[in-house]
Every structure is written in structure tokens, then in C-alpha cells.
Design a protein around this ligand. Structure first.
Ligand SMILES: [Zn+2]
Length: 107
């Protein structure tokens, strides 16, 4: 749930590249709930773009709620978020994540 390795993520690299090439004034990030917290990403973004051409860019973050399907009881809905991932809130089994890992930009 933290953005430990986000600077290495290709998505961030390619976003920054695109933003520098074009003359974008604003962008929206669609951020899956399971990728991290918006306020943490915002801090990181400000840190990365500080004193660069991108520091005036207005970034908006849209959070995408997580949704999963249980591999055991077939339950669908919000997962129970635990320390090292997510699980079924009903039977605590492993789940397949249907939504919540989004990380892309809309320009
Ligand atoms: Zn279940």
C-alpha cells in the first residue's frame, strides 16, 4: 500500500515523458485503491516534479474502488484489505482482483 517503487514504474516514466513533450496543464490519474493512497502519490508527484517544467501541472487523482471475486465461495465485491494484500471478507480465501490495480493517466 505504499509507493515504494513507483519511481521505477514505467507508467510514471512514460507519463512524465508525455507531459514534458506536450504542453499539458493538467492531468488526471486513475489510481486503483490497491496501488496506494492518493495523498501519498500526490506528495511523491510534487517531489518528482519540483522545480521542473511540470511543477505547475495540475494533477487530479480519481480513486478506483477495489473489487474482487473470491476463488473459493465466488463472492463478489469489496475485498477485506489485510497487511499483505486482500482476501475474501466472507471466507478469508484468496481472491481474484477485478478492479483496484489501475494506474493510468487521462490527459
Ligand atoms: Zn470467499
Amino acid at each position: 500500500m505504499e509507493f515504494r517503487d513507483i519511481r521505477e514504474e514505467k507508467a510514471v516514466d512514460s507519463l512524465l515523458h508525455t507531459l514534458k513533450e506536450g504542453n499539458y496543464k493538467k492531468a488526471t490519474l486513475k489510481l486503483g485503491e490497491l496501488r496506494g493512497r492518493p495523498e501519498e502519490f500526490m506528495k511523491l508527484f510534487e517531489y518528482i516534479t519540483h522545480e521542473s517544467r511540470l511543477q505547475d501541472l495540475k494533477l487530479k487523482i480519481k480513486t478506483v474502488k477495489a473489487r474482487v471475486r473470491c476463488l473459493s465461495c465466488d463472492w463478489k465485491g469489496d475485498p477485506e484489505i489485510v497487511r499483505n494484500g486482500v482476501r475474501c471478507p466472507r471466507c478469508r480465501s484468496d481472491v481474484k482482483v477485478l478492479r483496484g490495480h489501475e494506474f493510468h493517466f487521462e490527459l
